[in-house]
Design a protein around this ligand. Structure first.
Ligand SMILES: *Cc1c(COP(=O)(O)O)cnc(C)c1O
Length: 224
C-alpha cells in the first residue's frame, strides 16, 4: 500500500471527517514526508527537536509542524521561530520557557497541556494537582505569548478497548470541567489531541479533534 492509499483508507475510517489528521513522521526520511505532502497532508508531527529542524529546512514552508513528544526546556529556542503547535506541554516550567522564547521570536505559540491519563508511570503529563497549582499561580496570567488551546493525552498501551475509552472520556470530561472555571485569558480550550494508529476511532468517538497517526500512514518504525 502506498502512503496515499493508506491516507485514503484512514480518512474513510474517520468517525468525524473534520478531525485534524496530524501525520506522525518521526524516524521517517524526507522523501516519505514529501509523498504525504503530495497526497495533501500539511500537518506533520515529530518528537525530536533535531529531526524537526532538519525536516523543516528541507520541506515546503506551508507545512504546519507539530511537536508531539516530550520537549526539553533548553531546546525550545530552536523550534520557537516556526513551530505551529506544541502538544506535549507537561510542566509549568516548560510553559514559561515557551513563553520566553515566543517573546524572542515575536510570536504567540499555541500549546496543548499534556495530561497524564494512562495507568503507566512512564507517560509524561500533568496530574490534576499540578494543573490546579498552575492555574492558581499569578504567574500564569503573565504568559502573554502562549495560547493554551486544548489538552493532549495518551491512553494506556493495552488491547483493552474499554480502558482506552475510559481514559479518553476522562480527558474530554476534564476539559469540560476546566471550561466551567474562570480560566486565565491565555486559555481558550477547544482542541483535544488524542488517538493514534491503534485507537483513533475510539478517540474520535470520545471527542478527539486531532489525531496523531504514524505507523498506519508510513508503516512500522524500527526504533522509538
Ligand atoms: C509516535 C507517536 C504517535 C504515533 O503513533 P502510531 O502508533 O505510529 O500512530 C502519536 N503520538 C505520539 C506522542 C507519539 O510519540
Amino acid at each position: 500500500m502506498s502512503i496515499k492509499e493508506n491516507l485514503i483508507g484512514i480518512k474513510k475510517d474517520f468517525v468525524h471527517p473534520d478531525c485534524l489528521l496530524v501525520a506522525v513522521s518521526k524516524t521517517k526520511p524526507v522523501p516519505l514526508l514529501q509523498e504525504a505532502y503530495d497526497a495533501g497532508i500539511r500537518d506533520f508531527g515529530e518528537n525530536k527537536v533535531q529531526e524537526i529542524l532538519e525536516k523543516h529546512a528541507q520541506l515546503p514552508s506551508d507545512i504546519r509542524w507539530h511537536m508531539i513528544g516530550h520537549l526539553q526546556s533548553n531546546k525550545v529556542k530552536n523550534i520557537a521561530p516556526f513551530i505551529y503547535l506544541i502538544h506535549g506541554v507537561d510542566s509549568f516550567k516548560l510553559l514559561k520557557e515557551i513563553n520566553k522564547q515566543a517573546i524572542k521570536a515575536d510570536r504567540t505559540i499555541s500549546c496543548l497541556l499534556q495530561i497524564h491519563i494512562a495507568k503507566e508511570e512512564s507517560k509524561f503529563g500533568f496530574d490534576k494537582a499540578e494543573l490546579e497549582d498552575m492555574l492558581g499561580s499569578p504567574e500564569i496570567h503573565q504568559l502573554e505569548n502562549v495560547k493554551i488551546i486544548g489538552l493532549m493525552g495518551m491512553a494506556t498501551f493495552t488491547e483493552n478497548e474499554s480502558v482506552i475509552r475510559k481514559e479518553f472520556r476522562g480527558l474530554k470530561t476534564l476539559m469540560e470541567e476546566l471550561n466551567q472555571m474562570d480560566l486565565p485569558s491565555n486559555f481558550d480550550l477547544k482542541e483535544i489531541s488524542m488517538g493514534m494508529s491503534g485507537d483513533y476511532r475510539i478517540a474520535q468517538e470520545e471527542g478527539s479533534t486531532m489525531v496523531r497517526i504514524g505507523s498506519a500512514i508510513f508503516g512500522q518504525r524500527n526504533n522509538h
